[in-house]
Design a protein around this ligand. Structure first.
Ligand code: ADP
Ligand code: MG
Length: 271
């Protein structure tokens, strides 16, 4: 059963109800509910193939659900105009910063691309691009630079700047650190946390990494074969997972033990 969605000023920033997606006879998502309050971070964890990226793509509007509703500030995201307005309010950061930047664009063009896509022909575009690059820790890097010069971490910074171009309230991060060197992962995570504080962002955060779940999330939804099997605060889920699958996913050993960290890392690779 799904609770009636709240409307009005007390509505959550984003609320998805009954999201169902089938690929042929295979059900990738089965009546998934999701709720993100303004300024909060909801993490989605689950093994590979559990439907995390599909859910992210549906929420952001890159893919259509077969059933279910996405509401933003209580209003259903339905119809061309609502969808377009919603797309401006949501940014997305993908896992692989090598695949998600067009090598034929300078980093400045990449960051400005969403502005152009949304018809926001700002007179101050150059200044805006500069501000966005500075905000992601790329002070002093010229917007004329080509992406091939940059490491994975720097590229992911460019992707984050691009995700922020339209001043979104919600940013969806689909495993944004798992393709990066371990030493760089913490820097990118700190950047995301810092941006959240400064800009009041909400995050939908997809990750396998237990340390990441602990550090970044307010709430956690556990996805298993397209269904949410457990939901709770980050502490509840990581300290006392109720579902056997969650225990397996997180490793049922005390927090911060080296073994638990190893399990977390292994899940990162295996999942
Ligand atoms: P996750 O991100 O949790 O690893 P995905 O959302 O990518 O999982 O995929 C969930 C399931 O849906 C997988 O079994 C995957 O093979 C399937 N799937 C995803 N996208 C498609 C597609 N375009 N066509 C067919 N099956 C798909
Ligand atoms: Mg995925």
């Amino acid at each position: 059963m799904t609770a009636a969605p709240r409307t009005g000023p007390e509505a959550p920033l984003l609320e998805a109800t009954g999201i169902t997606k089938r690929y042929g006879r295979f059900t990738a998502l089965d009546a998934v509910d999701l709720r993100i309050e303004a300024g909060r971070t909801v993490s989605i964890v689950g093994e590979s193939g559990s439907g995390k990226s599909t859910l992210a793509r549906i929420v952001v509007g890159l893919e259509r659900a077969d059933a279910g509703t996405v509401r933003f500030r209580g209003e259903p995201v339905r119809g061309r105009r609502a969808r377009k307005a919603f797309r401006r309010s949501v940014g997305m950061v993908f896992q692989d910063p090598y695949e998600s930047i067009d090598p034929r664009m300078t980093i400045g063009e990449a960051v400005a691309e969403p502005l152009r896509a949304h018809g926001l022909h700002r007179a101050d575009r150059a200044a805006r691009v500069r501000e966005l690059l500075d905000a992601v820790g790329m002070e002093g890097v010229p917007p004329e630079a080509w992406p091939h010069r940059f490491s994975g971490g720097q590229r992911q910074r460019v992707c984050i700047a691009r995700a922020l171009a339209t001043d979104p309230e919600l940013v969806i991060c689909d495993e944004p650190t798992s393709a990066l060197d371990v030493s760089v992962q913490a820097q990118i995570l700190n950047l995301l946390l810092d941006l959240q504080r400064r800009r009041g962002l909400s995050y939908l955060f997809i990750t396998h990494d237990l340390d990441v779940v602990r550090r970044i999330s307010d709430e956690v939804d556990v996805l298993l074969r397209g269904r949410v099997v457990e939901r709770g605060t980050a502490e509840e889920i990581t300290d006392s997972p109720g579902h056997a699958y969650t225990q397996r996913l997180l490793g049922a050993v005390p927090a911060d033990s080296p073994r638990r960290r190893r399990i977390g890392k292994r899940l990162d690779v295996d999942c």
